[in-house]
Design a binder for this molecule. Structure first.
Ligand code: CU
Length: 233
């Protein structure tokens, strides 16, 4: 009976020790801006597929709204030691003959769920630097595909549709969760950061890379704004 009590005491101490520490409070709240006159978004010719032709659409390779740039993948170049976990598994939806989202992050070897919300046929083709990873037909109402991100961190999987040449998405392979992708408002957030010095790297599929050094402090200095700028060439 005595032994049982001792082991119970040990067990309860162990479970108290295993309680996860709260995540660090540091956070980067960023905005990616586009200075100058943004490129004109051309009308896409989508009449090769009557389903896609029902809705007019504009080219989506550079989307600037009120001076803010969409589809910028922003990641930390140096990540906090001991805190590396895989990013959540992403979904790419084929909706209105467009990939949504257009830019995602995916862990090496993770699965990308590819959905077809359209009433038409797509063919999902993924490659890294011209090397084919997958080539999958997807009819309307087919269940989601689970496609392997068989690439190394830092590489980008180019996703195209062989049926609709205007469709294009990019899966950036990243082995940590410290990244964000800008929406139409140009903002991104990267949280759970301990105090320290970091380098942010922003990548836009058409406009390329920018870097920015950031210092995260403690208390009121734990939440740090970041402003990344792209300009017309
Ligand atoms: Cu398609």
């Amino acid at each position: 009976m005595k032994y049982a009590l001792i082991s119970l005491a040990i067990a309860s101490t162990a479970s108290a020790d295993q309680k996860p520490a709260p995540p660090p409070a540091g956070k980067i709240t960023g905005t990616v801006i586009f200075e100058g006159v943004p490129p004109v978004r051309k009308d896409l010719k989508r009449d090769t597929d009557p389903y896609c032709a029902k809705n007019p659409a504009l080219a989506d390779d550079v989307i600037v709204t009120k001076g803010k740039l969409k589809d910028v993948f922003v990641r930390l170049k140096n990540v906090p030691a001991g805190r590396i976990t895989a990013p959540p598994a992403p979904v790419i939806d084929q909706r209105d003959c467009t990939y949504s989202p257009r830019v995602i992050g995916v862990a090496p070897g993770a699965k990308i769920a590819v959905r077809n919300s359209d009433g038409t046929f797509h063919n999902v083709n993924g490659s890294v630097s011209g090397k084919l990873l997958w080539n999958k037909p997807m009819a309307a109402k087919d269940p989601d595909l689970a496609l392997d991100a068989g690439a190394r961190p830092g590489e980008v999987i180019d996703v195209v549709c062989n049926v609709h040449p205007w469709m294009r998405a990019y899966a950036v392979v990243v082995d940590h969760p410290y990244f964000g992708v800008t929406g139409e408002d140009g903002t991104f957030t990267i949280g759970n950061l301990p105090a320290g010095a970091y380098t942010l790297e922003a990548w836009h599929p058409k406009l390329g890379t920018r870097t920015l050094d950031i210092k995260i402090g403690t208390g009121a200095k734990a939440i740090v704004p970041a402003r990344i700028s792209y300009k017309t060439e």
